[in-house]
Design a protein around this ligand. Structure first.
Ligand code: PGA
Length: 252
């Protein structure tokens, strides 16, 4: 499996000009890199300004609504994203759970809507510092995954090439990256949950990413040592040189 490297730009950069500079620098930097799948998730409003079709990147969105159309002021539907050529949507990022009150039930609706639109969902799961200290990581991951995929049939799961990103909340944007052992045990645990919830074959084919303070220096810890199938990168994806090094490191 090629590593999957997803850049989550969040609400950055502030202008389209800066976004284009970043996009073009990354494009130049990784144009000859093979054996990797790179997904760039800019803000919604920049999506249509980049020439994803000719650049070899995949296009991702950071969120979507769960209805196809209608009176939902300010929302963006998966069908609109599909029409733009979006391949992936990040669903249930912890920032959406924390700042926008997204629940596992709402996230489940978004997952189903994304699959229906034939876009690949990346479900984000992970525990807080307090939950980790209380030994609750396993219970939290199980609840987020089981509710997130409720009523998603195994056939859909398989054909949609669903991804799960393990993103411990205490490691996001803090510089406190998760240890190799902790990451490895969560990756294995997530596979076990999917194996139990669906079947072993699905679990083996599932792509599990790690996210949380990834920098070029710790890439190999996650993709080689901890056996994550890829990375979800926030802060470091905004620095072209750093991000290019991360992509190269993941394939070396
Ligand atoms: P970070 O963010 O790389 O800045 O920690 C990761 C994420 O939020 O997806």
């Amino acid at each position: 499996m090629k590593p999957l490297i997803v850049a989550n730009w969040k609400m950055n950069p502030q202008t389209l000009t800066e976004a284009k500079v970043l996009f073009n620098s990354v494009k130049r930097g990784i144009k000859n890199v093979r054996n990797v799948e790179v997904v760039i998730c800019p803000s919604f409003i920049y999506l249509s300004s980049f020439k994803f079709q000719v650049s070899g990147f995949k296009m991702g969105a950071q969120n979507c609504f769960w209805k196809e159309k209608g009176a939902f002021t300010g929302e963006i539907s998966p069908l609109m994203l599909k029409d733009l050529g979006v391949d992936y949507i990040i669903i249930g990022h912890s920032e959406r759970r924390i700042y926008f009150g997204e629940t596992d039930e709402l996230i489940n609706r978004k997952i189903k809507a994304t699959i229906k639109a034939k876009i690949i969902p990346i479900l984000c799961v992970g525990e807080t510092q307090k939950q980790k200290a209380q030994g609750e990581t396993g219970r939290i991951l199980r609840k987020q995954i089981e509710t997130g995929f409720k009523n998603v049939p195994s056939s859909k799961f398989h054909f949609s090439r669903i991804c799960i990103a393990y993103e411990p909340i205490w490691a996001i944007g803090t510089g406190k990256s998760c240890s190799i052992n902790e990451t490895m045990s969560s990756v294995l645990f997530i596979r076990k949950i999917i194996s139990h919830f669906y079947n072993r074959k699905l679990a083996e084919n599932l792509r599990i990413l790690y996210g949380g303070s990834v920098i070029k220096e710790n890439v190999s810890d996650y993709v080689k040592e901890a056996r994550a199938d890829g990375l979800l990168i926030g802060g470091a994806s905004l620095k072209a040189k750093e991000f290019i090094k991360i992509v190269k490191e993941a394939t070396s």
